[in-house]
Design a protein around this ligand. Structure first.
Ligand SMILES: NC(=O)c1ccc[n+]([C@@H]2O[C@H](COP(=O)([O-])OP(=O)(O)OC[C@H]3O[C@@H](n4cnc5c(N)ncnc54)[C@H](O)[C@@H]3O)[C@@H](O)[C@H]2O)c1
Length: 329
């Protein structure tokens, strides 16, 4: 088992990481999950006597205030006090909404993240951002608040549908491109199916953790993590508004292809990155520029009326604050 230290909590990584689950000091314990996690993952969690299971319906469309009310009601009805613990067992949706509900219930109770998707293992469970969607705006409401600990057991991935696994891999590709050329060479040299995910998850978590430690509140360095996400979010929102949602990672893959084009790197490297993505992952159609303009114009990072991109300086090196007007895109 590997321990990765963040500022005030540990990320435990490995097939026996759940042995680090220490709950004896808490007065009450709840486990938040959805119907898929209950079916496929709950029995892999050590038994916790008298714990309360809070089940919410799966899906991004439930990462909203109505679901928070259900969670807060369950905690209240069962007399959870301030010395209680919420265990978030699931993907990024469970971790985000569970982390937010725990952070706000009675001004904050402890929570532990046990991610079960690749995306949540390498990204959502690390870094202390928790929150929910509001009026069709993703992650509009939220706080920065760290969990008590994160436990990553790659065995959970055995039941994850393949499209979800590949979608989560978009964030791994992003880390390689913005911060780690060796990771890029590793993922580029072996077919996706043959990659040893446990190693790759650990490297990815270390990259994200180091970036977050250097800039917890996203003033500069942390913005590098937005590579692929400016176009990505605009495309994800376009498909969502159309009523045919695509996976976050699929949108980020398209976003990275488009943002590689904006980066000042050689044509050869641009081609290498695009070939890697397009040969390993089947992606939805890229919308026309005119269809995503209003989404780009609403991006949270925009400055002086321009779209603010995080791009690449070179392979393994991201850079921030590249401003483009709509006409320049
Ligand atoms: N807080 C952050 O820093 C951060 C970072 C990135 C993404 N996010 C958020 O993460 C969310 C997306 O997370 P996600 O991609 O994990 O999606 P998700 O949480 O919706 O999970 C995807 C689907 O897989 C199912 N599932 C999860 N684990 C499973 C398993 N082991 N076996 C079988 N089925 C399983 C879930 O029930 C769900 O249907 C978004 O809301 C996004 O905004 C947050």
């Amino acid at each position: 088992m590997k321990e990765i230290k963040s500022n005030d909590y540990s990320i435990w990584m490995g097939n026996n990481s759940l042995s680090k689950l220490e709950v004896s000091s808490y007065s009450k314990i709840a486990i938040l999950l959805d119907e898929n996690i209950k079916r496929d993952c709950l029995d892999k969690l050590p038994k916790i006597e008298n714990s309360l299971i809070i089940e919410i319906p799966s899906g991004e469309e439930n990462k909203n205030i109505s679901t928070c009310i259900i969670i807060w009601e369950k905690l209240t009805q069962n007399q959870f006090d301030r010395n209680s613990l919420l265990i978030n067992l699931g993907g990024g949706v469970i971790g985000d909404i569970g982390g937010f509900c725990a952070s706000t219930y009675k001004r904050g109770i402890d929570f532990i993240q046990i991610p079960t998707t690749l995306l949540a293992m390498v990204d959502a469970s690390v870094g202390g951002k928790v929150g929910l969607d509001f009026k069709d705006l993703k992650n509009q409401i939220g706080v920065f608040n760290n969990p008590k600990s994160v436990m990553i057991n790659p065995e959970f991935l055995q039941t994850l549908p393949e499209n979800e696994l590949k979608s989560g891999f978009a964030e791994v590709v992003k880390y390689a491109l913005i911060a780690d050329k060796d990771l890029w060479n590793k993922i580029n040299s072996v077919p996706f199916e043959n990659l040893v995910l446990e190693e790759i998850i650990a490297t990815s978590v270390e990259i994200k953790n180091n970036i977050v430690l250097s800039d917890p509140l996203e003033k500069d360095e942390r913005k590098k993590l937005n590579f692929g996400h400016t176009y990505g979010h605009a495309i994800e929102s376009y498909y969502l508004e159309k009523g045919t949602p695509i996976l976050h990672g699929e949108a980020v893959f398209i976003g990275m292809i488009l943002e590689v084009e904006l980066s000042s790197i050689s044509e050869e490297i641009k081609q290498e990155i695009k070939n890697f993505i397009l040969s390993n992952f089947s992606l939805p159609f890229t919308p026309k520029k005119s269809d995503i303009l209003s989404n780009l114009a609403n991006d949270k990072k925009n400055k002086e009326g321009k779209i603010n991109f995080s791009l690449l300086n070179k392979l393994g090196d991201g850079s921030i604050d590249h401003l483009f007007s709509i006409d320049e895109l």
